[in-house]
Design a protein around this ligand. Structure first.
Ligand code: SF4
Length: 359
């Protein structure tokens, strides 16, 4: 491990970060509350999501479900509909399960110790530390992507941060500068410092209060850190969606598993089909005897963390109401997808395009 002997400066690092935070912090609604439910909501929403994008979602959820009991009692389809656009829907499903756990096992009162918080469904080290420190001022460092970056640079941590050896090095370095007297403030401050000052690209090193204490700056290694090893290879796949139109209605199914579990989609074949194969697949789903007209195709690409989906939406028209539908498929108004029936951003792209075409 190539951490330089910076430990004599750790106190000044912590003091400098707190002073910087006092001056530059953003005014965000979850910083005005000690309610663990609201803090939890903000932390879960902001994982993989930018603050500006997450903010309206946070406000909508807090307004619709002011307490954890309200959230626990909500209908999952309503939660997923409101979550549309944030992605990573397992976060919403897990939160819903965890809220029910709080209501059933803790009489609706959020647990106040780290172990009990971490026992809730979907709550990992990061979220448990965030709730424990921000809501209850318990001395747990919160290590998100911003903190990994700041600390890797400050201490010149060369181990890959996506491996246990890198996690350990960062954890030890954070612990060495952690302010145990003001855990909530310190955690907020270093995360904000990473978000605004020590950014992934073009960090503001020339006007940084930590410049003289920063090993990466001194060694001209800012652009190299943090270091990640062997990123997951992105696999390319094709989705063929069958958008069958009968007057104002279409036919959808609810996903049973995967990242879009419980969301709704047009019937999906997870491979590329030619036009004849599309017609054959449709006949299997609705009714062999009904004449079909194959219309135009909408193509789009959707990126997930480890998948690149090339999506082909085929418009298929029928003049006779299908009487046979494959068991999991049901008829709905096109306008109800994304409102009554929550759906993914990928399906939403098709719906947006269809609206444009109708203008
Ligand atoms: S000097 Fe640059 S790299 Fe070092 S902490 Fe400041 S902004 Fe980050």
């Amino acid at each position: 491990m190539c951490i330089l002997p910076f430990f004599a400066k750790v106190l000044r690092i912590s003091t400098s970060i707190l002073a910087w935070y006092t001056k530059y912090k953003r005014d965000l609604p979850w910083r005005h509350t000690r309610d663990p439910y609201k803090i939890w909501l903000s932390e879960v929403m902001l994982q993989q999501t930018r603050v500006q994008q997450g903010l309206p979602y946070y406000e909508e959820f807090v307004s619709a479900f002011p307490t954890i009991t309200d959230f626990a009692n909500a209908d999952e389809q309503q939660i997923l509909t409101m979550w549309q656009g944030l992605g990573y829907y397992s976060r919403a499903r897990n939160m819903h399960t965890a809220a029910k756990q709080v209501v059933e096992n803790h009489a609706g009162i959020f647990p106040q110790d780290y172990t009990a918080i971490k026992a809730l469904k979907g709550v990992g080290d990061y979220t448990a530390a965030a709730i424990a420190s921000f809501a209850f001022d318990l001395p747990y460092p919160v290590i998100d992507g911003n903190v990994y970056r700041v600390v890797s640079r400050l201490f010149n941590i060369c181990e890959p941060i996506n491996k246990p050896v890198g996690h350990k090095a960062v954890y030890e370095a954070v612990t060495s500068i952690f302010d145990t007297h003001r855990p909530a403030l310190f955690n907020q401050a270093i995360m904000e410092f990473g978000a605004l000052q020590c950014t992934p690209k073009k960090p503001k090193c020339e006007e940084c209060p930590l410049q003289s204490k920063c090993a990466a700056y001194e060694l001209d290694k800012v652009a190299e850190l943090p270091f990640k090893e062997g990123r997951t290879k992105v696999k390319s796949i094709t989705h063929t969606y069958l958008v069958i139109h009968y007057r104002e209605t279409t036919f959808i199914e609810q996903r049973k598993a995967g990242i879009w579990q419980n969301l709704h989609q047009f019937p999906l074949i997870e491979e590329a089909l030619n036009r004849q194969e599309v017609i054959e697949a449709c006949k299997q789903l609705i009714d062999n005897e009904i004449p079909l007209t194959l219309g135009d195709k909408f193509k789009t690409t959707h990126l997930l963390s480890h998948r690149k989906i090339s999506a082909h939406f085929y418009n298929i028209y029928v003049d006779i109401k299908p009487l046979f539908l494959k068991s999991n498929i049901f008829e709905t108004l096109l306008a109800d997808i994304g409102t009554k029936y929550p759906t993914s951003v990928l399906i939403q792209k098709y719906l947006n395009q269809a609206k444009e075409d109708d203008k």
